[in-house]
Design a protein around this ligand. Sequence first.
Ligand code: MG
Length: 259
Amino acid sequence: MLLLLRVRVRVRVAITTIILVLLLITSTASTTHATMPPRTPLSSLSSRRGGYSFFSQSINVPALSKLGRVFRDPSLVVPRYNVKRLKDLDFSVAKSMGGVTCVIFDKDNTLTKTYSDELHEEVVDQVQEAKRIFGPEAVAILSNSVGSSDDKGYAGAALCESHLGLAVIRHEVKKPGCLTEVQQHFARATARIVAANEILVVGDRLLTDVLFANLNGMQSVLVAPLCTRTDHPVAVIIRFLERRLLLPLVQTWLALWRR
Ligand SMILES: [Mg+2]
């Protein structure tokens, strides 16, 4: 019994350590955005800003601050739904059976290629479907690039809104720590108080999108990235480790724990 307890604690420590390392590597990758060749107006905006400050903008402090909660409950990084493509998600079922009234989309690699401000052809119909079912005011983008503290003057957010036809939530606190700003956005947009469990969060990252949703009692959906060719190489590796190392490890741990 004591041995089993020790194993469980060690696996928790391993999971938390993996997350810590991934978050720190992600922060390092973020500082190199400005060195990427400009491909779109959005990437040009990043270049003109001259890069991100390592300590004030790139390290995801809200994510790091949640490590203690993930240590206590590793299931926080497990998505409620895991779909290959956005088109596999049935918004009408989410509304009728799941009680969803609002939808948040991550941007990069969920709706667009990274640093692009055009909807990927694969998701155009699904975005329209979400707006039709929930109403355009109840669908928004929440990104740790556009609309975040990295987006000076929210120029990227404004550009995205005009190109994508979706509101971009402004938030000084990055995912997974911006519940208040999200609820304030939907309160303004829908003219009512929206409970966290009415919100469906769709994204391609475990440690930002899924963790943000699960920490706050929202419904989380993990989708496969749209296109990794335009991604920063470190981001590709991080996502691979999240999906191929972290998620299987947590799922195995949960299966053993719940037995
Ligand atoms: Mg993303």
